[in-house]
Unconditional design. Sequence first.
Length: 142
Amino acid sequence: MAEKERALQRTLVYAVWPGSGNVADPAQIEPLRPLFKRSLPLFAALARAGWEPVTEAHAQPVPVVVERYGRPEPRAPVYLVVHNSASSPAEAKVHLTDGLAKKTWQPAVTDALSGRTFSLTGAGVRVPLAPWQTVMLELRQQ
């Protein structure tokens, strides 16, 4: 189960909808149903928002990657999907740049995966990440 959840988080970075793999026996798929029910709405939210090739954000340290979904429009969320691709924990520092940095965002940023909130200070947010962990940060304008 943990391996499948990690795979789902990895595909969430690029909004690639997950499959069930090579499982022919429905009894093997059934235990995964709660994980898929929780995850699929997140993939749908990213699809609705749309991938943006220019992230206007960057993350440090280097093994942490960030992808952006959504445009900074009133009442519409912008998602920053942040992934630690390393086998060790990382304290990610996500910095907003260009157009994103010029917007006025709500000070609390929510991880759509866990419900945790983080403080947006200045043009950045710090996020502790476990190995291979992904967070889906939801930014909303004030």
